[in-house]
Design a protein. Sequence first.
Length: 456
Amino acid sequence: MSAPSAESGAESPQGGPGDPGHVATAGLSLSPFRGLRYDPDRVGTLAAVTSPPYDVVDPGRRLDLETADPHNVVRLILPRPEPEDAGDRPDRDTRYRHAARLLRAWRREGVLVPDPAPALYVYEQRAADDGTGPGRVQRGLIGALAVSGPEGGVVLPHEDVMPKPVADRVGLMRTTRANLEPLLLTYRGNGGAAGVIERTVLGEPLLTTTTTDGTHHRLWAVTAPADLAEVSRDLATCRALIADGHHRWEMYLRLQREHRHLPRSPWDRGLVLLVDTARYPLRVRAIHRVLYRLPVAEALELLGDHWQVKEVAGPLTGALEALAELKRHGGNGFVLTGGDGQFWLIGEPDEALLDATVPQGKPQEWRHLDATVLHSTLLDHTWHVPDGPDDIGYLHTAAGAEREAARTGGTAVLLHPVRESVVRRLAEQGVTMPRKSTSFGPKPATGLVIRSLELG
C-alpha cells in the first residue's frame, strides 16, 4: 500500500532526526528499541513463558499457561491480583498494579533482561510440518512504530472497537509502562525491508523455540546503520493495515494524547510486527459468535419467512462446507447450531429487510458484508441481542463456538471468512467493519520481546 502524498494532508508520523536510519516521511516510521527478553537460563523453556495474544486466551488456556512456568507472560497481559493485594473485591487497578510489580520483580531478578543496544527484530514463524511438506513461513519486523490516527491515512484500521476493552488495555499499559505484546500490521513494501529480512535470517538467531502448537519461532536483531536506513527508506513509501490489535492501537492513540505535553515522548510509538504481505500473505479467518441467552430453536423461529432455512448434515466440517458453497454463489449466509450435532444453514435474506435494517450511506460492499448483516439485521433487529459480554461471545474457531453453545444452551453463529482484498478496499476508503469481523494470522507469540518505555 503506497503512502499518501504530502499534499493529501496526511500526518507525518516520523521519528526525530536522532533515530537511526531516520527518513522524514509521511509513511511508516519504525524505530529500533532495546528489547526486554527472557533469560533462557532463568526460565524452564522459552516456549513455556510465551502466550497467544491476550484476547484469544480463553479461561482454560489461561490456567494452562499460568502453570506452565511461574514467569509466563500471561501473568502480565492477563494479570490476577494477589490475595493480599485484592482484599474482598478485586478491581482493575489492583490487577494493573500487580502486573507492574511482577514486571519490576522479574527485571530485578534477571528473568527479563534488556538487550544491550536498540534494534529492530526480524521475527520468523514456521508452521509445523503437516505431513505434506514444510509448514508455511511468515517473516516480519518488530519495532516501535510512530502512532498516528486514521485521519493521517498511514495506519488504517478496518474494525470498530469497544470502549471497555480499550480502557482495560490503557490501564494496564499506563501502569506497567510497557508494550507487552506486538500488534500485527500488514503493508506492501518495495523490496528494501524484505531484503534486509532475508539477509538477516542467514545469521545466528537470538532465540529459537517451538510452542505447543508445533510452530517454530526465531528472532534476530538488526542493528547495522545501513540496514536500519534501508528499512526506513522502504517503509517511508508505505502505509499499513491493522490486521490484529485494533483495541491496542486505540490504546496507543489514547495514551499518546494523554502525554502530548512531553517532548519526544516514548508514548508516541507502539510495539508492532510489520509483515509485508506481498512476500508473506496472511491467513484470514472468521470470528464466530455465540449468543448465550438465545436458544437455537428460538433463533430459528424469530427468522420468520425472511430467510431461507435449511438443515444440513453434520459433522461441523460438513456444515462449514455447505456454508462455503452457499457463499460461492454470493449473498449472505450463516450456520446456526446449538452444539448438539444439528446444523442449520440460513441464507438469501429478504432484500426489503436488508434495505430497512442495514444503515445507508456506506459503500455497497460494506452493506453486504456478513458481519454487517449479522449485527444490523439479525442481532439488532431480529433477535434483539445486545452486543455485550453477557450476551455474545466471540470465538476464533468454529469448534470452540460449537462447544460454547453446547455448554451455555445458546446459539453458535458460524461465519465464512471475508477476503483480505475486501478488508483493504474498505480500509482505504476509511470504512471500518463491525468489530471482530476478521482474524488474521498467524499472530505473533507474546513474550519473545517486550518494549519497556523506561528504557527510552
